[in-house]
Ligand binder design. Structure first.
Ligand code: CAA
Length: 261
């Protein structure tokens, strides 16, 4: 694996089946400058293309997953710089990763940090995690999906409150509100996320990516269109060897031997 300036990319879990990407800009609490986001994109693309990798875990440090977009980089921008330069547009690349991405959030996930976590497919939190959209307190609003993904995740009233007060929520609240799927001891969090990745790795990679695409479709479309999309992919699974193998193995009372084909 090539090395990056602001992220560490490695393979963990059984047989190296889980990619682990660690945001690594400790002096700025992993503030998401342009260079870091480029590094993150290429690290994710590289693991997405690796045939041995079943799932990817994205984490930061125990103190900060990421404290937001880099305020020092934004401070002197004007409208035209943002508009003509497509500021933050490259972040969308994260949502085009085809393998499941699990965010393991310890510490601060603020502003762009919370938005990057929400671009992932599953969020696990450490007990000390804090999620927030504090942009309002620096005179702007979320610009990488915060008003949209947070509203879909926790509902209008709670998302509105977070976006217009800037007040963060803790891991317990995030769990009760359904923003995260589980809460763990901070020093166990990454291991738990890797274990989750290994469980995903027991299944067919091609079928897993269909399941991911279908769940994500529900965020983008009407129920009728989403149901049609799901049905088409469901039928599509019947064109794979892994569907034949999975069902045969069940009937023969043995473990399936998926070949990702
Ligand atoms: N951008 C740039 N630098 C940041 C940063 C950010 N978002 N967050 C922290 N840093 C830097 C600090 O400037 C400081 O650097 P120096 O030592 O050079 O001064 C260093 O990281 C450590 O930070 P603090 O001293 O502030 O650490 P703390 O423990 O006292 O506080 C914190 C931690 C509460 C997270 C605080 O750093 C903070 O409030 N950060 C900003 C949070 C924020 O507003 N995020 C939203 C950004 S806007 C955005 O994300 C737009 C969008 O939608 C994409």
């Amino acid at each position: 694996t090539p090395s990056y300036k602001y992220v560490l990319a490695e393979k963990r879990g059984e047989g190296g089946c889980v990619g682990l990407v660690t945001l690594n800009r400790p002096k700025a609490l992993n503030a998401l400058c342009g260079e870091l986001m480029e590094d993150l994109k290429y690290a994710l693309l590289e693991l997405d293309a690796d045939p041995n990798v079943a799932a990817i875990v994205l984490t930061g440090s125990e103190k900060a997953f990421a404290a937001g977009a880099d305020i020092k980089e934004m401070q002197h921008k004007g409208f035209v710089d943002c508009y003509a330069g497509g500021f933050l547009q490259g972040w969308d690349a994260l949502t085009r990763i085809r393998k499941p991405v699990i965010a393991a959030v310890n510490g601060y996930a603020l502003g762009g940090g919370c938005e990057v976590a929400m671009m992932c497919d599953i969020i696990l939190a450490g007990e000390k995690a804090k999620f927030g959209q504090p942009e309002i307190s620096i005179g702007t609003i979320p610009g990488a999906g915060g008003t949209q993904r947070l509203t879909k995740a926790i509902g209008k009233s709670r998302a509105m409150q977070m976006c217009i007060t800037g007040d963060p929520i803790n891991a317990q609240q995030a769990s009760e509100w359904g923003l995260v799927s589980s809460v763990h001891a901070p020093d166990q969090l990454v291991n738990e996320a890797i274990k989750l990745g290994e469980r995903i790795g027991n299944h067919s990679k091609v079928i897993v990516s269909m399941a991911k695409a279908s769940v994500n479709k529900s965020y983008e479309t009407s129920l009728a269109e989403g149901l049609q999309f799901e049905k088409n992919l469901f039928y599509g699974t019947f064109a794979t060897k892994d569907q034949t193998e999975g069902m045969t193995a069940f009937v023969e009372k043995r473990k399936p031997n998926f070949t990702d084909s």
